[in-house]
Design a protein around this ligand. Structure first.
Ligand SMILES: [Cu+2]
Length: 258
């Protein structure tokens, strides 16, 4: 039998130990990611015709509705959920279609850091609807409130729903859609039961945008500093926690044939 040098043997042992270490590391990493909600099913917009679909979403001030098994502190994090109270991590929409997004916004308002996101951008007509009334900027909400009996609007958005293209997306396939999701008045009573948890009556926000060809994945994200309550949602803390975690305040939108 050929005699191996002790360095060779040590090398093999180190390789085996390192190999197990790397596998364990990946496994632990994946486990913690799934705990943070990024390992979730796909949620598809409901097709309503050959070139149209409706995407129903919701935003909550905590994670009890669609991350019910999340531990602390994630259970207290703000989050997006689907309209059916599932995870909204990976959204799918059909190609070359008019997508109608209908969103129930249950959270109160947080002042924006960047006024750019006060404007409705990239939607059909440059508008969104707030409880059935059109608006194009957060500053329109005061007038809507005056004309809405028993309104529950905050003067700030609770979140933004922003769809953006990954770097290097060809210009012809780039999408940018951003809508400030007007907050619920913080003094509104919690009078709506969702899965046994009481929330205020949500603001219903809807808007439409067009998709291009299939095979492109966009990012969705919130740009309102909602990510922290301990430090009053002030920057930089407001952009931490749920804001950088897939399935809470960020995810993907894929244009797919289905
Ligand atoms: Cu947010």
């Amino acid at each position: 039998m050929k005699q191996h040098s002790s360095g060779f043997v040590i090398g093999i042992i180190v390789s085996i130990v390192l190999g197990f270490g790397i596998v364990a590391g990946i496994w632990l990493g994946l486990s913690s990611i799934s705990g943070l909600g990024s390992e979730s099913g796909v949620f598809r917009a409901t097709r309503t015709g050959p070139n149209s679909a409706t995407l129903e979403l919701a935003t909550y001030p905590d994670s009890q509705v669609c991350h019910a098994d999340a531990g602390a502190p994630q259970i207290t994090w703000v989050t997006y959920c689907t309209g059916t109270n599932g995870l909204a991590t990976h959204l799918e929409v059909p190609p070359n279609s008019l997508i109608t997004v209908v969103l129930k916004q249950y959270d109160s308002g947080t002042a924006l850091i960047n006024d750019y996101f006060a404007q409705v951008r990239g939607t059909i007509g440059g508008v969104a609807m707030l409880d059935g009334k059109p608006f194009s900027n957060v500053s329109d909400v005061g007038a809507i409130s005056k004309n809405t009996k028993g309104h529950t609007f905050a003067s700030d958005p609770g979140h933004t729903f922003t769809i953006q293209s990954a770097p290097n997306t060809p210009q012809s396939e780039a999408i940018f859609v951003s809508v400030p999701l007007i907050g619920v008045n913080s003094s509104a009573p919690a009078n709506v039961n969702v899965n046994g948890i009481m929330y205020p009556t949500p603001n219903i926000i809807s808007f439409q945008f067009h998709t291009g060809p299939a095979g492109i994945t966009y990012l969705w994200h919130c740009y309102d500093p909602c990510g922290d309550t301990q430090y009053a949602r002030k920057p930089p803390f407001g952009f931490s926690g749920p804001m950088w975690t897939l399935g809470y305040m960020a995810g993907t939108v894929s244009v797919t044939n289905y």
